[in-house]
Design a protein around this ligand. Structure first.
Ligand SMILES: [Zn+2]
Length: 397
């Protein structure tokens, strides 16, 4: 049966109206998200929720935690990020910060990643909060997820410090409303090779930074092929092992100068919560012991500089935890594990809160021009919140 043949969910229009308001705030990670947080905080406060706003050190960015329900029971977190990746308006058919409907899709930057989820939480909130809650609910909205999960640690610390911390976080990243029970972690590393330059006709006397960067990148590539051959493997991931690759490079000055510096970025995506930092250090040690001696024979000042740009932990499998077991009867089917990042690993590692990903929309549409969410996905998310509303009041569903 076609999705359009389904009757619209009764709260569909409310969700679309909330989404229209949320898309109108340009919360590209480079800008402040305060206006959006104020908007959401006012809405949840007016529904009677307790709200806490956590600012970053600049005061320009904020996280919101809105909660309701008993304090002596472990509850459920519904979590999303408020920032979006940049949008180049020239690549879009319509204004990325003005919600536009074409056929059964809603277009706008953040529609699927992940203001669509936030709009559904807002539309469902009156129903989720009506009556007596058996389990508390925490609606959490962070800043700066897209630039390395910078806001989520403060939320996780706050939740870990309350009387009875939550027992499960549902991260509403786009998963087409299937349960995702694992996610890779990531370390992004900037490497700067400091060599020694001069007129390129004297090349043998110099430490060519571009050439050494190329050798390091080749070793990063060899590490990748070793992961492919030797694992460790987890068949629940589409790419069932860790991956590593160089993504950005810059270096050199002119065609007749031996370059004295070259800088590049590479990433390591891990399937193991704990192994990533150790793997990264082993790779650094291997590269330095292979290349530094020959670099420093020519120039004692030559060196390789390593700067971690950001990292977030992998999200482990929460499916054996008590609250997951308790809520499992109302959860949609599982989709396995994903290689993209989310705040789930941060909730687990920083807040000790088991996490899953479950949200409307497809990751295929994220981070692209003409990002959209299918209206049918909004309906499915709202239908799940109907079940959650009954479940949090202790009713059988
Ligand atoms: Zn996202």
């Amino acid at each position: 049966m076609s999705a359009l043949a389904q009757p619209p969910h009764p709260r569909r229009q409310a969700a679309i109206d909330h989404l229209e308001a949320l898309i109108g705030f340009d919360t590209t990670s480079a800008y402040s998200n305060r206006a959006l947080i104020d908007h959401m905080q006012a809405y949840f406060a007016q529904l009677g929720m307790e709200t806490v706003v956590l600012f970053d050190e600049t005061g320009e960015k904020a996280n919101l935690i809105a909660s309701a329900g008993p304090h002596d029971v472990s509850g459920i977190v519904l979590s999303g990020h408020t920032d979006v990746v940049p949008a180049n308006p020239r690549a879009w058919r319509s204004d990325p910060f003005c919600l536009t409907q074409r056929e059964a899709r809603l277009y706008g930057r953040g529609t699927c990643d992940m203001k669509g989820f936030a709009a559904c939480v807002m539309a469902a909130a009156p129903e989720l909060l009506s009556g007596e809650l058996t389990y508390p609910l925490y609606f959490c909205f962070s800043h700066d997820e897209e630039v390395g999960c910078l806001g989520a640690p403060a939320i996780a610390r706050h939740l870990a410090s309350i009387e009875t911390p939550p027992g499960l976080a549902i991260i509403g990243e786009p998963s087409e409303m299937h349960v995702v029970n694992g996610q890779k972690g990531k370390i992004a590393m900037r490497v700067t090779v400091h060599g020694e330059g001069g007129h390129s006709s004297f090349a043998p006397q110099h430490v060519n930074a571009v050439e050494y960067a190329a050798r390091i990148i080749a070793m990063v590539g060899e590490r990748e092929r070793r992961y492919e051959r030797e694992g460790p493997f987890d068949g629940d991931f589409t790419v069932p092992h860790a991956t590593t690759l160089a993504t950005i490079i810059e270096g050199g000055v002119a065609t007749n100068i031996t370059p004295d510096h070259c800088s590049f970025v590479f990433e390591l995506r891990s399937i193991d919560q704990n192994a990533a930092q150790a793997d990264m250090q082993a790779l650094i040690d291997e590269i330095e012991s292979a290349l530094l001696p020959s670099m420093q024979t020519l120039s004692p000042q030559a060196r390789i500089e390593w700067q971690e740009q950001f990292s977030y932990p992998a999200m482990g499998d929460a499916t054996e935890t008590p609250l997951f077991k308790a809520i499992e009867p109302i959860l949609p089917s599982r989709a396995g594990k994903v290689s993209y990042g989310s705040e789930g690993g941060v909730f687990e590692v920083v807040g000790n809160i088991p996490s899953i990903i479950l949200g409307p929309g497809s990751i295929q549409q994220a981070h692209k021009p003409d990002e959209f969410i299918e209206i049918e996905q909004i309906d499915r998310c709202l239908a799940f919140f109907d079940d959650l509303a009954r479940w949090t009041k202790g009713a059988s569903v």
